[in-house]
Design a protein around this ligand. Structure first.
Ligand code: FAD
Length: 393
């Protein structure tokens, strides 16, 4: 019988890992992917959907091609537990699946009571839109329904969280939409941080392109002292009541629940050995993407994809004796500020004993010419197509 690799989570990290293990082992490894959703909606480019640049359907990816082309057994179910001694994964629908190596890439969960007054029970009134699909559609509908001159409030998350520029690209895309649809509307951002990713670039864009629309309240000004009342659509920012016509609460995050259930976490995240992405708690388990505590990489789809290739190589090495090369990682996070106005930040990385360490980095500059910004945006369009093909086949 063939050695067995099982992957929990068919997102950016998990789909890539399953595909590369199956494809590069030429069928020598039996690969199972466990993922409850039939369609994966990317969070990447979901802000462009809010801005009116993409359809929701253009963000959806199904698993049929991945399964058929690579002979991967895709099981649409939730993993509910991991028996690390027996090396089996229990499924919500009953039964269990044995593994020789397990890869987990469950993404994020939200920390309970991180924003007083908010829980997932309130996610219809105040969507997080930080997991793909319906939540993003709800947020878009809430913004479209704002009265003329209404107020949109975002509660931004503390570090570390999924996609560091994500909330601020979202502000830009909502401003882009409102400038046309509701030009006297206001955007208030309550932020528990004093600075954020690509801050100078975003603030320049907000001032120049959406003047007077965005009020960013950082931690120095009480932005971290927030409570929400979903029933009355009120947000208390440092004791002051703001009436919201639409509200986006992005709570503090932690590794997806299954990582905690399997005792693979230390605090909120799951620590890994950088060279192989193996859990520091269990050498038979590799942890990828947002759930991992790995060092310098941001929690991004690009990073999860990059880590998945390193883990896939390590899994093949362990199960078939194939050659394992030194780990290298890369990441770029693009953001769209306005039509044809893209910016980016990125780096390449190596594995040290202690962490995934950044070796060089780059970032767009303020004051860049329009054609450079347009070229950066086009680059991001090419990236989306290439990386989703790399994940889902
Ligand atoms: P995910 O992609 O979330 O995948 C996790 C999967 O695991 C899910 O499909 C889930 O259903 C499944 N799962 C969870 N628990 C279980 C279980 N118990 N059993 C079975 N399956 C389970 N990244 C970029 O690179 N570029 C961007 O431009 C970008 N923009 C973003 C914008 C926004 C608004 C947001 C929210 C994120 C953005 N990201 C971007 C970040 C990116 O979406 C995430 O970092 C990436 O999806 C992480 O991949 P992952 O595999 O760790 O988790």
């Amino acid at each position: 019988t063939r050695p067995r690799a099982v992957v929990i989570g068919g997102g950016a990290g998990g789909a890539t890992a399953a595909r590369y293990i199956a494809k590069d082992s030429g069928g020598a490894i039996d690969v199972t992917l466990i993922e409850p959703s039939r369609s994966y909606y990317t969070c990447f480019f979901s802000n462009l959907y809010l801005g009116g640049f993409r359809s929701i359907d253009s963000l959806a990816h199904s698993y049929g091609k991945l399964a058929a082309d690579n002979d991967i057994n895709v099981v649409h179910d939730w993993a509910t537990g991991i028996d690390r001694d027996a090396r089996t994964v229990a499924l919500a629908g009953g039964g269990s699946i044995p593994y020789d190596r397990l890869i987990i890439a469950p993404g994020i969960g939200f920390i309970d009571d991180a924003v007083p007054g908010w829980s997932v029970a309130a996610q219809n009134a105040m969507p997080h839109a930080y997991k793909g699909g319906s939540q993003t559609e709800i947020l878009k509908a809430r913004i479209a329904a704002m009265p003329e001159g209404g107020t949109f409030v975002m509660v931004a998350p503390p570090n570390p969280y999924r996609c560091p520029p994500g909330p601020y690209e979202r502000v830009s895309m909502i401003a882009h939409y409102l400038r046309e649809a509701n030009p006297t509307a206001k955007i208030v951002v309550a932020d528990p941080k004093e600075k954020f990713s690509k801050m100078a670039l975003f603030q320049e864009g907000w001032n120049d392109l959406y003047p007077g629309m965005v009020d960013w309240i950082g931690s120095d000004f009480g932005g971290g002292n927030v409570e929400v009342r979903p029933d009355s659509m009120e947000v208390l920012i440092d004791g002051e009541v703001v009436k919201a016509d639409a509200c986006n609460v992005i709570p503090a995050m932690k590794a997806g629940q299954i990582a905690h259930a399997a005792a693979l976490t230390e605090g909120n995240w799951a620590p890994v050995v950088p060279a192989t992405m193996q859990s520091r708690m269990d050498e038979n388990i590799h942890i990828l993407g947002d759930a991992a505590a790995q060092g310098d990489m941001p929690k991004s789809g690009f990073a999860a994809n990059s880590q998945a290739k390193v883990a896939a190589m390590a899994v093949r090495g362990a199960l078939t004796g194939s050659r394992v090369f030194p780990a290298k990682f890369s990441n770029t996070c693009w953001s769209l500020i306005d039509t044809d106005n893209g910016v980016k930040v990125g780096a390449s990385y190596i594995a040290t004993d202690e962490k995934i360490a950044s070796v060089d980095s780059f970032i767009s500059q303020t004051g860049e010419a329009g054609d450079l910004r347009a070229a950066t945006y086009r680059e991001s369009l090419g990236w989306y197509d290439a990386i989703t093909a790399d994940m889902f086949g």
